[in-house]
Design a protein around this ligand. Structure first.
Ligand SMILES: Cc1ncc(COP(=O)(O)O)c(C=O)c1O
Length: 480
């Protein structure tokens, strides 16, 4: 539909109960009242006409600005900073390429992600390989190609040792450690626990091996962490462990990898304040990390020794606001409890993050009528497909286009091929030209992975009668 006119919708009168939470001191948090006709400098109508609905729209400019900013704020405070792009956040090839062009390494957590990084031209020695499952085959390749491995558990450590010995190499590795910062729930399922002595056991094991050398410590304390002081504690703990290793075991750690977890400007569910007020500025995180790092490594500087390099693996803070989803209304209803409802052509199949965020939703035409509590459903024939349980929206009509944002982190990777095809993902280039960076799926794509056993390989139901035996499939099977 053309979105330039105001739409008035007549509805029969109804009685609607007041609901707790629909209005709070921030007003009725709903669709922003400013109407969006363009996104990233491109007309929304043109995007939908050309690439269909729904469509993910990514901004190259925003992505570059975000990664440059995060690097700058850390580099201003500490000398040696590496950004490892967390592939799982969004591994669309063009997005990874842009970040690699900006100097980011690849941070990968599986054979698939490792292979993807290599296929994008990232050399092994600019890949940080994390994660709890690294098969022997991919470890063999990663070790041969000089990737930087961070071991997650003892079985993996043994495997790395074995491969290093088979390849007759000395492999420098990091270990992932977990511990309590006092601010966040420790992610103790990943890595070696510090408090229980597991981390020391891993160090001992490595020290005894002629083929593996410990040069790095890694931890990732969680995700969407709203408390910068948590990072200060994380860095202190890592540095103190590093110093113990130096003093007691004469192990020289040259890499501290603090993982990711800096929040984006998305609205976490159950957080009362809006993101602009709730989410600290990235400078506060950089202060917490680098102040602790500088303080805790002063002894190295004083004795003229090299300081460790700092790796950050920030994901969502870099890509989330560089992408939006345009979706269309395919139906409207009034629920028996009085709430308005709209069915969209994009649901939780595409917006996995709607399980934990209340995304911003914007109209693309002048709203007419009264804003009301509205449920936004997706297109799936499944009760759980709710993009938003409650949002204040004006009356919506078939064909309305809505802009959902920010959606750049964890949707293009966690989306489901479930019931519907996945749509186009497009990139708005810096000169505002637009190109597809991930093609919409179609039947051929879906069928490409199916294999048909010979006895089921008739092409149409009509062909079924002409099986070799002259029987139908069912008869054929019963006879056997
Ligand atoms: C090891 C590791 N590094 C980096 C990230 C990226 O986190 P975020 O997107 O919150 O920055 C994750 C996410 O879970 C992770 O597990």
């Amino acid at each position: 539909m053309n979105n330039n006119h105001k739409v008035s919708v007549w509805e029969p009168p109804f009685i609607q109960p007041h609901r707790v939470g629909a209005i709070n001191k921030f007003g009725n948090r709903g669709a922003k009242e400013n109407v969006m006709r363009e996104i990233f400098g491109v007309s929304i109508d043109d995007l939908v006409d050309q690439f269909g609905s729904p469509v993910f729209v990514t901004s190259e400019h925003q992505l570059r600005m975000n990664v440059r900013k995060i690097r700058r704020v850390f580099e201003r405070r500490y000398n040696q900073v590496i950004h490892g792009w967390s592939y799982k956040t969004n591994y669309t090839g063009a997005i990874c390429r842009i970040l690699h062009q900006e100097g980011s390494w690849a941070e990968v957590v599986s054979a698939f992600e490792y292979e993807k990084a290599r296929s994008l031209g990232v050399p092994g020695n600019r890949i940080i390989f994390n994660g709890p499952h690294k098969s022997k085959a991919i470890l063999e390749r990663a070790i041969a190609e000089g990737a930087y491995l961070q071991a997650d558990h003892m079985d993996e450590l043994k495997m790395i040792e074995q491969i290093a010995s088979e390849q007759d190499r000395i492999v420098k590795i990091g270990i992932r450690i977990n511990f309590d910062t006092g601010f966040t729930e420790p992610w103790s399922r990943f890595g070696f626990n510090l408090e229980s002595g597991q981390a020391n056991e891993a160090v001992k094991r490595i020290s005894m091996s002629p083929h593996v050398r410990l040069t790095g410590l890694h931890s990732h304390i969680g995700t969407f962490i709203m408390e910068p002081r948590a990072y200060g504690e994380q860095v202190k703990t890592m540095c103190r462990f590093m110093r113990d290793l130096d003093d007691i075991d004469h192990i020289n750690i040259d890499t501290l990898d603090i993982g990711g977890g800096f929040p984006s400007k998305n609205a976490l569910q159950r957080v009362y304040l809006p993101p602009d007020q709730a989410v600290p500025d990235i400078n506060e995180y950089a202060d917490a990390v680098c102040d602790a790092l500088v303080e805790e490594t002063r002894y190295l500087e004083q004795s003229g020794r090299a300081l460790p390099r700092l790796i950050i693996e920030s994901g969502r803070a870099i890509v989330d606001d560089a992408q939006v989803l345009i979706t269309s209304v395919v139906g409207t209803k009034r629920l028996p409890d009085g709430r308005r409802a709209a069915i969209l052509d994009a649901g939780t199949n595409l917006l996995f993050t709607s399980y934990w965020y209340n995304h911003q939703v914007q109209m693309t035409r002048e709203p007419g009528g009264v804003y009301e509590d509205t449920v936004l459903y997706g297109p799936l024939c499944m009760n759980i497909d709710v993009v938003r349980q409650s949002i204040q929206m004006p009356p919506l009509v078939y064909g309305d286009r809505l802009v959902v944002s920010p959606v750049g982190a964890y949707n293009n990777t966690q989306w489901l091929q479930f019931i519907e095809y996945r749509p186009n993902v497009v990139l708005v280039h810096e000169d505002t030209n637009v190109s597809v960076i991930r093609r919409a799926e179609n039947l051929a794509v879906m069928n490409a992975q199916d294999e048909m056993p010979a006895h089921l390989s008739y092409r149409t139901m009509a062909d079924e009668g002409s099986l070799p035996s002259g029987k139908t499939t069912r008869e054929h099977l019963i006879r056997r």
